[in-house]
Design a protein around this ligand. Sequence first.
Ligand SMILES: C[S@@+](CC[C@H](N)C(=O)[O-])C[C@H]1O[C@@H](n2cnc3c(N)ncnc32)[C@H](O)[C@@H]1O
Length: 323
Amino acid sequence: MTPLGEILRDEIRRDGPISFARFMDAALYHPEFGYYRRVRDPFGIRGDFYTAEQLQPVFGILIAEQIRRLRTSMGDVEEFTVVELGAGRGEMAGALSEFRYVPVEMGSRLPEGIRGVVFSNEFFDSLPVHVAVMHGGAARELRVGFAGEWFTWVEAGSAPEEVECYRRTYLGPLTEGRVFEAGLEALKWLDRISAALESGYVFSIDYGYTAKELVRFPSGTLMSYRRHQALKDVLKDPGEQDITAHVCFSALEGYGNQVGLERVALKPLARTLVEAGEADQFARALEAGSPGEEQQRRLQLKQLLFGMGETFWTLIERRQVRE
Ligand SMILES: C[S@@+](CC[C@H](N)C(=O)[O-])C[C@H]1O[C@@H](n2cnc3c(N)ncnc32)[C@H](O)[C@@H]1O
C-alpha cells in the first residue's frame, strides 16, 4: 500500500467512507504524497502522459496567435496579462513571453484585477469531483470505503444537495443506474476567476462533453493514467497515478453565464488551431531551421489536429461589463 493509501485507509476506518472528492484531492494534491506534489515528473516520455502543451513549439505558436486575436478584440489595450491556471512545468512561458505572463500553480494565488486572458490547458479536468449514481429516481452519493486490502466504492445515502442541484441544472434527467460526476470545484474556480477578471476572456482547453453527449458515458468519465496507459481503476494506489474527470462544458458555460462570463465560442480544439494557423497556412508554426526540425513540427501539428484536436474542446468566455 502507498503511504497515502495508509493515511486514507486510517481516515476511513476512523470516520467511515469518504467522498470521492476528498479521495481525489488527497491522491493528487496531498502536500507530501499527492501525485502532483511528488518530485517525480508526471509529464512526458518518462512520466505518465503527454499534454498538448508538450507539443512545443507548434502548440504555443498557435495558442499565442489566438490570444493575440483576443487582445485585438479588446482594442489592443496596453495593460494586458495572460494568467495561466495549472501551468504545470511552465511549458507555455516561452510562447507567451510577448505578454505579461503569470503562471498559477499549487501554492500561488490568482492575481486580482486581471485585464487580459485567463488561459488553461487540462486544468479543470484535474479538479476533484463528487461521484453519484441514479437509484430509485434520485442521486445517491458514491463514497470511498476500504474492505480487506482495497479501496472500494460504497453507495451512501442521498447525494448532497449541491450534487443533486448540479445534476438537475447541467446534466438533466438521468436513467436508473447512471453514474455521473459533479464538478463543484470547477464552479468554485469560475467564481474566483470571475471575481479576479476585470475585463477580457477565459480561454479553457480540456477534454470533456456537453450535457447532450453524456449518454456516451453511462459509467461516468473517471480515468487514471500511469506510464502512458489509461486505467479504469481510479481507486488503486492513491498518489501513484493521475486521476481525471472529463469536464462538463455545459456546466462551465451555464455557471459561467450566471457569474458574468458570457460564452463566445465552444468548439473542438482542432478548429481553434486551424483558425489560428490558416491566415499564413501554418507558415509560422512550421518555419524551422532544419529539415529534421520541420518534420518534427509537421508531426506535432498532425498530432494536435487529428489526435487531440478531435477530443479536446476550447471554451472562450468573455467578462461581461460590470454594472
Ligand atoms: C493535468 S496538469 C496540466 C498542466 C499543464 N497545463 C499542461 O497542459 O501540461 C494539471 C495542473 O493543474 C494544477 N492544479 C490543480 N489544482 C490546482 C490549484 N488549485 N491551483 C493551482 N494549480 C492547480 C496541477 O498542479 C497540475 O500542474
